[in-house]
Design a protein. Structure first.
Length: 541
């Protein structure tokens, strides 16, 4: 078969469901084979950042590979930011970049889209991916593809494949299974015993779940483990939305001083805090860094387990969870731990809308119509989502890059077939909102809530004196029609409730609700988040 077909089959065998892309001349031969072979559907978007975010979202939603295909240079460099974010937040995205043919450089001319040298792009991506290959040798290509895709899955980080345009049609063998990574069975057994002993001896053990639990498809198993151990379960900020499916009582999301004080107390006073796949970032832990001694926690992530002062290497999270389940008997009537409750019952009156009202309106809607998975952007919309019911959520909570929400919602709806709820601020919508214009062609109909405060409000919260945080009112609802959707602008709580019901009842076109918020009106979570970060900085200064 052709090299490109071997690659496409390998992606599909490993769970990829589609390719997000934007072609260029160096990538046209690959796109042609991708389209004509129909091994995986190809979904094109308008700008490469959206291609990257959509592929990332598909990977997050499905817990398998997401694929972003672009052209060389001008295309691939546009992917750098989303791929850096996917690296930071551990999302297994496969970047496939077209490239000049293997002998094109011999004419001695610089080639279009070339940044500095022809190797510059590969070097840039080496910095933000966990494995790379240039597929310029059809004989070695199958092993190279297996090595790179194997790393992508094993480490849940992006990888980079460069595909010279004269190689895509070269005859090539099919790709074999992923290479096996070292596993140490004795270390695993000792580690599982030690973790359990620590959890059982503890007065107040707590299980804290984060992104790796989803990346490795472990939600159901971790929920079962929590039930058997009878311990309280919380998520990190990045892990918000985990375990929404398995229906385990969650105590809530840990946000330190910015979040629920009961959850903060539970976590900070735990004498056996078991972090499952957690990203040790400032947004996850920094808001109260002085209170959790992470050196005393148990931390399983990045294929190793750290316990106090020692580390068990080469232990996969899946292996650890299985080993723990094998050691703990199924639960008999363990009392249900405390469960977080999201606010409900919006008063649909003529008062202006506060961010918290949006959360309540969404919760009311989900009570009536069932849960909607959420894709949120950075900004107060994400902090407001902390008051929404626990449903699947994807958001750049650690990398904190704007522009994720709309394209991620598009990618996730295509990947899952489920209608998405997209939360996005006006500033972030200015970055990637146009991508909604692709919804009619792609056959999807997300509900989009634009939090329009005519402001970079989150920045204003940090630095209220700066006028550059003022944005103009762009009237986003008016744009929806020309992009093939429906738009409504709402300014009161009654209008918000009515617009949400209408949007939920209207299928087949994207539904944009432009929610007018007063400048300065931010969610209580963002208020506390900013206050605690400011306090932290002033202590350090
Ligand atoms: C790609 C820095 C963090 S929050 C923010 C900026 C500019 C303002 C967000 O405005 P928006 O939401 O979307 O209207 P809200 O609720 O605050 O009003 N560039 C990128 N990412 C980040 N995080 C920034 C700049 C930033
Ligand atoms: Mg704003």
């Amino acid at each position: 078969m052709k090299l490109a077909e071997a690659l496409l089959h390998a992606l599909k065998d490993r769970g990829a469901g589609e390719i997000f892309g934007l072609p260029g001349d160096f990538a046209l031969p690959f796109f042609k084979i991708a389209e004509e072979s129909a091994i995986l559907p190809v979904h094109t978007l308008s700008h490469e950042p959206a291609v990257g975010f959509a592929a990332d979202a598909a990977a997050r939603f499905r817990g398998t590979l997401g694929v972003a295909a672009v052209t060389y240079g001008a295309g691939a460099f546009n992917l750098v930011n989303p791929i850096a974010g996917a690296y930071a937040e551990k999302s297994p995205v496969v970047v496939i970049s077209g490239a000049p043919g293997t002998s094109e450089h011999k004419a001695g001319l610089l080639l279009h889209h070339q940044g500095r040298t022809l190797e510059t792009q590969a070097r840039v991506f080496a910095e933000i991916t966990c494995a790379q290959a240039r597929l310029d040798d059809p004989a070695r290509a199958p092993a190279e593809i297996a090595r790179v895709l194997g790393a992508c899955r094993a480490f849940a980080r992006p990888v980079y494949l460069e595909l010279p345009r004269d190689m895509v049609g070269a005859e090539c063998a099919s790709v074999g299974p992923d290479p096996e990574l070292p596993e140490n069975a004795d270390a695993l057994a000792a580690c599982a015993d030690e973790v359990l002993a620590k959890m059982r001896a503890a007065r107040s053990p707590v299980l804290m779940v984060c992104v790796e639990v989803r990346r490795y498809g472990l939600e159901a198993k971790v929920a079962e483990l929590a039930r058997r151990l009878g311990v309280a379960v919380v998520t990190t900020f990045m892990g918000r939305g985990l375990l929404a499916g398995p229906g385990i009582p969650l105590a809530g999301t840990y946000l330190g001083a910015a979040g629920d004080p009961d959850v903060a107390r539970l976590v900070e006073e735990s004498d056996a805090l078991f972090l499952l796949g957690a990203i040790l970032s400032d947004t996850n832990f920094g808001v109260s860094a002085q209170r959790i001694d992470l050196r005393r926690a148990i931390h399983a992530a990045d294929r190793q387990v750290a316990l106090g002062w020692h580390v068990y290497p080469e232990i996969s999270l899946a292996g650890l969870v299985d080993a723990l389940l094998a050691r703990v008997a199924p639960a008999r009537n363990t009392p249900a731990p405390p469960q977080a409750q999201a606010p409900r019952g919006l008063v649909a009156d003529d008062r202006p809308i506060a961010p918290g009202d949006v959360a309540v309106a969404v919760n009311d809607l989900m009570d009536r119509d069932g849960p909607l998975p959420i894709a949120a952007d950075m900004g107060d919309c994400l902090f407001t989502a902390m008051d929404m019911a626990n449903t699947e959520l994807m958001a750049p909570g650690y990398y904190a890059g704007m522009g994720f929400g709309v394209p991620a919602g598009i990618g996730a709806q295509l990947a899952s077939g489920r209608r998405m709820l997209i939360l996005v601020g006006d500033g972030a919508f200015q970055m990637t909102g146009w991508e909604l214009g692709n919804c009619p062609r792609l056959g999807i109909d997300p509900i989009v809530l634009v939090f329009n405060n005519a402001s970079w409000e989150m920045l204003r919260a940090f630095q209220p004196e700066s006028r550059f945080n003022d944005l103009d009112d762009w009237h986003f609802a008016d744009i929806a029609k020309t992009l093939g959707g429906d738009g409504t602008r709402v300014s009161t709580r009654a209008e918000l409730a009515a617009a949400l019901s209408r949007a939920a009842a209207t299928r087949g076109r994207f539904q944009l609700i432009e929610i007018m918020l007063r400048r300065g009106a931010i969610s209580p979570t963002l208020q506390r988040f900013v206050a605690s970060i400011k306090a932290l900085h002033s202590r350090k200064a």
